[in-house]
Design a protein around this ligand. Structure first.
Ligand code: HEM
Length: 510
């Protein structure tokens, strides 16, 4: 009995000592973390809560304003914490350059990016390390400029189809019409044969993506919902998991059709002719790298490219049309340029025209400066690392505010002013290389940047030859757009992107 008591006593003592040691270790590492955290400039951070109170009433419509209010006032490196989850933020081009050049910040953080795993685990956006490198090498040839040139006719046709769908002379939210164009562009540049049978389903996928991105927005600043298991129990989580089948089903059906298309090419030379699009390469990886396509890799990449393409392009085109509706002088210059390049002809936009449309090009650049489609991107800090004169604790996600970089008054004269001519070569030549980065910088830069610019320029040139964009009275100037900008992963205007179109011929008839 007394032996049993002694054993129990020793066990209890060992447990207590163990707990005390663990607590002491936790406390020591917490205090070390806290010391490093507080050494980085930032808003007052409460013990254990950090800055969580600033985000406790955040909504999808207010998330951008809240975030900017927390990090906004500081130009140099800053931080905030959600409980003991530290995040570091950069918006000074020189500091951004230091991080982009460092090999230690090559990967994406799990914060926010892992929330994408519900729809795709092995997509290029969220992959890391050797796996990311292998996927990038595999898919990069799909963006060869000669392949992209072949798409200009498709972009042009979809611009015309957009014009036909426009309901002129009434207020409209332009986003659904833009999504239709973007989805059709994506499907048609992926497949050689007719893709119209997939269109309705693809629009359902866009509706799912909207829901999914809203869920990311809801979860990002609420650590309780970071766990996929917990999220799956919430009403929104249940809906996301149920509706996810829509996108899996369409993408699988599309991939099968594409496989059949590749298989049906009569001979190698037919095959060579058509095989070089992104989808051809996805389904036919180079010899020796077939293992890349194992499991769900193709489906995951297809979904990733669908989302990355449609969400960003629609965002950038939506901002452009809204900005033009508020700036008649700028729109007039765009129309004048289009008239001088195309005259009365209704021929399609060609690759050669794209180089001529210099002012339109600068307008697109300036829109992406003020209203970047992706306002924030992140990197992971694996080990305690010096950055911008501060020690970043291991495991910290470090974010770049592309929005903040693009509005830095030290690099942009009157940054709140819309001035496309700031992108004239003579005014750009001395600009810091990281002062403008709508497609990010370094090895993880957007793989689809040339596709996107070609698509947007062709689309806008086609649409604006026939249409004038007018304001609808919901926002009086660009400051109002700025104040009502929000984001999930891509940015958009709170309350929708409402404009009124007038057919250009109709104006002359009045
Ligand atoms: C206006 C249009 C676009 C903008 C502003 C844009 C912006 C960006 C940005 C900022 C990143 C870096 C993301 C990060 O670091 O987390 C990125 C990555 C990426 N983008 Fe885009 N993008 C656009 C269009 C496209 C298109 C058309 C495609 C595909 C056809 C695409 C596919 C991707 C992919 C796959 C990545 C991940 C690249 C990697 O990590 O290797 N994007 N994009």
């Amino acid at each position: 009995m007394s032996l049993l008591t002694a054993v129990t006593g020793v066990t209890a003592l060992a447990v207590v000592v163990g707990v005390v040691v663990l607590l002491a270790r936790y406390l020591r590492s917490y205090l070390h973390f806290r010391k490093l955290e507080l050494a980085i400039p930032g808003p007052p951070s409460l013990f254990l809560l950090g800055n969580a109170l600033s985000f406790c009433v955040v909504t999808p419509d207010t998330v951008m304003r809240t975030l900017l209010a927390v990090i906004g006032g500081r130009r140099q490196i800053t931080r905030f914490s959600l409980f003991n989850n530290l995040t570091v933020w950069l918006q000074d081009p020189e500091e951004v350059e230091e991080m982009v050049r460092s090999k230690k910040f090559a990967d994406k953080p799990s914060f926010i990016y892992s929330l994408l795993h519900i729809i795709a685990k092995k997509g290029l956006i969220q992959l890391n390390g050797a796996e990311w490198k292998a996927h990038r090498k595999w898919l990069q040839p799909g963006f060869n400029v000669n392949v992209l040139h072949r798409f200009v006719d498709i972009f042009s046709e979809e611009g015309r189809a957009f014009v036909e769908r426009v309901e002129a002379d009434r207020d409209v939210d332009v986003i659904t019409n833009l999504k239709k164009a973007s989805v059709r562009n994506f499907l048609r540049t992926s497949m050689s044969s007719d893709t119209s049978e997939y269109e309705d389903e693809a629009m359902d996928c866009c509706a799912f993506l909207e829901l999914f991105l809203r869920s990311i927005n809801n979860r990002s600043f609420n650590p309780i919902l970071w766990s996929d298991r917990v999220f799956a129990w919430t009403p929104l989580g249940k809906r996301v998991h149920k509706d996810k089948q829509v996108i899996d089903k369409l993408c699988n059906r599309f991939i099968e059709k594409k496989r059949a298309e590749i298989g049906s090419f009569k001979n190698d030379s037919d095959f060579e002719q058509a095989r070089k699009t992104l989808m051809d390469i996805m389904l036919d990886p180079p010899t020796g790298s077939q293992e890349l396509t194992e499991g769900n890799a193709i489906l995951d990449e297809f979904i990733t490219f669908f989302g990355a393409n449609v969400e960003t392009t629609v965002s950038a085109l939506g901002w452009t049309l809204k900005v033009l509706s508020l700036l008649p002088d700028v729109q007039q210059r765009v129309h004048a340029e289009l008239d001088s390049v195309f005259g009365d002809s209704d021929r399609s936009v060609s690759v050669e025209d794209l180089a001529e449309l210099q002012y339109l090009n600068r307008v697109i650049k300036e829109v992406m400066r003020m209203f970047p489609a992706i306002p924030f991107i992140g990197r992971h800090c694996y080990e305690e690392t010096k950055l911008c004169g501060h020690t970043i604790p291991a495991g910290t996600p470090v974010f770049i505010s592309i929005y903040g970089v693009h509005r830095d008054p030290r690099h942009w004269d009157r940054p709140e002013q819309f001035d496309p001519d700031r992108f004239l070569p003579e005014r750009s030549k001395d600009r810091h290389p990281c002062a403008y980065m709508p497609f990010s910088m370094g090895p993880r830069k957007c793989i689809g940047d040339t596709y996107a610019v070609m698509n947007m320029t062709t689309f806008l040139a086609t649409a604006l030859r026939d249409l004038e964009v007018l304001p609808v009275g919901d926002h009086k100037d660009l400051q109002s757009l700025t104040d009502n900008m929000t984001f999930d992963l891509s940015s958009h205007l709170v309350g929708g992107t409402r404009v009124r179109f007038r057919r250009r011929g109709a104006k002359a008839a009045h």
